[in-house]
Design a protein around this ligand. Structure first.
Ligand code: ADP
Ligand code: MG
Length: 709
């Protein structure tokens, strides 16, 4: 519905795109599918790539496989039928002094095309040249009809932007809309950043940069544009990152000014703890414990992320920190995303702490009746200094006497609110969050950019890289032989399935059926059991315990074993329908083996019908064990929103910047932002007023975080 002309507003860039000349309601709807709602959105719809039409080739010069532009006269045109089904093809032949070439269309209106290409008409064709049986041709090229000698070229002779499109929206339309929008509104996109700031960081004017990306001048380097490393790109990417980092820097600066708890180091307790452990801590674990310990000593709230690959031993590091809080007279809590994981932490930790005479409690949904009542009481009185649990820890009525340290394991499984809820159980407690898999560098600096990061960059001694193989159904026999070999050595095997019951029409082998098959093959010599999410907790516990103490040798399971499960004697991880799992899930699953000095194996069983993304995932799994490399690839495949899961609410959508590509610019922008905040923590200086203003408008409603005074 037409709502009349736009109102005069302070922010013309917020004008709905429908009011751009030549757009209107119908086109506006199509643009909305590209997330373009306002004039500003349109300006920031940066072209995907550029076509260089500056060079016009003669027909003889054309080579296949390249974007080319050529000019010739129409020699003839017509429709012919292709193949048995008789698909219609419209064919135009053009020629110049050097030769002839065909241009073909599968989708066309006959009469219209005939009128467009009368014999003798001079035309420009542009597009990818393809080769078919020794002949070169264009498919669906861009066409420009030339008048006279063609010196008023519209697409020839230029570098042309190529925009993302949606159904019913064409390149030509997009280019025209952008032109109109720029003519009508471009002057409102004023340079907001101080000139000396731009200069100091080698940036161009953002306003000119936007203009240049939509209307590249013909003397520009097209390759730089296509690799998104032109100064215009760099400027806009820097600009986006800079204001995110500025917000994070302010948030961090504010947090360090708050009052927190100072936990003194307790060397004696730390020493006893080390003696209790059945292994020597790795150098990386020691380094991280020391780092955290020093920060816990300070009277500010700690906000820290522990990064470390699967199996790097994050749990004991967290526990060492809990002990420092406990020694200081406070309570600590560790929250894990699943009951299995919480229980496992509980048993391992209880095993260590009982030797030290420190009580531990386990709080999950499964803890009922008297035990639950006892824990509630002991937690509220402070009698139990360490509570381990699931979401059950954040229930309203569970009170802590004096909660000083909060540890969140596999934090990406929790939402912002859940993490805050646990935080609120204490008074400015220190916070440690841990991740299941490494986080790509760029995300560590953005999504987690307000946290300090400790990295455990080393696995315990003697761990061997896991052999990873990709098998198809034909190699199933070989798989079973391999399993037998390992079982005979006294080792154990995981077999993981994506589903637990057959769902209609889906030809997945379900876990139940497969575990029966495994029983037929491996029993009576070996015991096979099935673990899945729908079993009741006591049953799950029993199976896990039996697997851990080796009463069960082959554990068929659904992805409930994905996170955390620790059974060092297992050396084989078989993943059925591996093509259905995400990359970080696969890496997590593989991380269930390789936890001892024995050589371990991961066999990915996959269907041959694989999507492109699945192929990429499986390939990288067989190529590397490096969690950081895998995380980078995962980010590239899925994009930050998907990668971050529940945390995505915390990141703005970048319009130009790309987290898997722009690490270099991100580091520069972060440095600039943190330096600025160090100099002026409240952005009070006159020269920083422009930053403050932009920051306010950019962060509005987008980030949970900063309040700028
Ligand atoms: P993650 O970092 O994946 O959470 P865990 O904390 O579960 O790893 O530790 C993985 C396994 O390694 C556990 O069995 C743990 O007992 C063991 N472990 C931890 N640190 C060491 C070490 N320094 N030396 C040997 N084994 C260790
Ligand atoms: Mg863990």
């Amino acid at each position: 519905m037409y709502k009349g002309p736009p109102k005069t507003t302070d922010v013309p860039l917020a004008t709905p795109v429908q009011f751009v000349k030549g757009v209107g309601p119908a086109l506006a709807k199509k643009l909305a599918r590209l997330n373009v709602f306002t004039v500003e959105d349109l300006f920031y719809l940066i072209p995907n790539r550029y076509i260089d039409r500056r060079k016009i080739d003669t027909i003889a010069e054309l080579t296949p496989g390249k974007e080319k532009t050529t000019v010739g006269h129409v020699l003839g045109s017509g429709v012919y039928f292709l193949g048995k089904k008789g698909k219609q093809v419209f064919d135009v032949v053009i020629g110049d002094k050097t030769g002839k070439i065909s241009a073909k269309w599968f989708h066309f209106r006959h009469q219209q095309m005939k009128n467009l290409f009368p014999v003798g008409k001079k035309v420009l064709l542009a597009g990818e040249v393809t080769q078919f049986k020794n002949k070169l041709q264009f498919f669906h090229p861009e066409v420009e009809l030339l008048e006279g000698d063609g010196d008023s070229l519209e697409i020839g002779g230029k570098i042309l932007p190529v925009y993302p499109l949606t159904e019913g929206l064409y390149q030509k339309t997009m280019r025209r809309i952008l032109r109109n929008a720029w003519d009508g509104f471009g002057h409102h996109l004023r340079p907001a950043l101080p000139l000396d700031f731009l200069e100091r960081h080698g940036l161009a004017d953002p306003w000119e940069s936007v203009s240049l990306l939509h209307f590249p001048s013909s003397d520009i380097d097209a390759e730089l544009l296509n690799s998104r490393r032109s100064q215009a790109h760099k400027t806009l990417i820097f600009d986006e990152f800079f204001f995110l980092e500025l917000g994070l820097a302010l948030k961090k600066a504010k947090a360090t000014k708050e009052e927190g708890i100072a936990f003194p180091k307790n060397l004696k307790l730390a020493e006893i703890f080390k003696k209790t452990l059945p292994f020597e801590l790795t150098a990386a674990q020691k380094k991280v414990i020391e780092e955290i310990s020093q920060e816990m000593e300070k009277p500010f709230p700690m906000n820290r992320l522990i990064q470390g690959d699967v199996g790097s031993g994050k749990t004991v590091v967290a526990l060492a920190c809990c002990l420092q809080a406990i020694a200081g007279g406070y309570q600590a809590a560790i929250m894990a995303p699943t009951e299995i994981l919480a229980e496992q932490h509980f048993f391992t930790i209880k095993n260590y702490l009982s030797q030290m005479g420190i009580p531990v409690g386990l709080m999950t949904g499964g803890v009922k009746g008297e035990e639950r009542a006892r824990l509630y009481k002991a937690c509220a009185t402070g009698e139990i200094p360490l509570m381990i649990g699931t979401h059950a820890l954040i229930q309203d009525d569970l009170e802590f006497a004096k909660l000083g340290l909060v540890v969140i394991d596999e934090q990406h499984r929790f939402g912002v609110l859940q993490r805050q809820a646990l935080h609120k159980k204490g008074k400015t407690p220190d916070v440690l969050v841990m991740t299941a898999t490494p986080i790509p560098r760029t995300l560590a600096l953005t999504a987690y950019g307000d946290l300090d990061v400790s990295v455990i960059d080393e696995l315990p001694k003697g761990r061997k890289p896991i052999f990873t193989r990709l098998y198809g159904e034909k190699q199933r026999e070989k798989l079973y032989e391999g399993m037998f070999t390992e079982l005979k050595k006294g080792h154990q095997v995981f077999v993981v399935y994506p589903l637990i019951e057959e769902s209609e029409k889906v030809d997945l082998k379900n876990a139940t059926e497969m575990s029966e098959e495994l029983s037929r093959i491996f029993s009576p010599d070996y015991t096979v059991a099935l673990l899945h999410g729908r079993l009741a907790m006591p049953q799950k516990e029993k199976i896990m315990a039996d697997f851990k103490n080796q009463k069960i040798q082959v554990l068929a399971a659904t992805s409930v074993v994905e996170v955390g499960v620790d059974c060092p004697n297992a050396t084989v991880m078989v993943v059925e329908h591996a093509e259905r799992f995400g990359l970080s899930q696969l890496h997590q699953l593989r991380g269930r083996v390789g936890r001892s000095t024995h050589q371990s194996f991961c066999i990915l069983m996959a269907d041959y019908r694989r999507s492109e993304d699945a192929k990429r995932r499986l390939k990288i799994m067989t190529e590397t064990n490096d969690g950081f490399q895998i995380a980078e690839e995962d980010l590239a495949i899925r994009g930050p929103g998907e990668f971050l899961g529940t945390r995505q609410a915390g990141l703005p959508d970048f319009r130009v910047a790309d987290l898997s590509r722009d690490f270099d610019i991100l580091t520069l922008a972060r440095k600039a932002a943190f330096e600025l905040v160090e100099k002026d923590p409240n952005l009070n200086l006159m020269e920083h007023q422009a930053f403050r203003k932009i920051l306010k408008s950019r962060w509005k409603g987008k980030l949970e975080l900063v309040q700028i005074a």
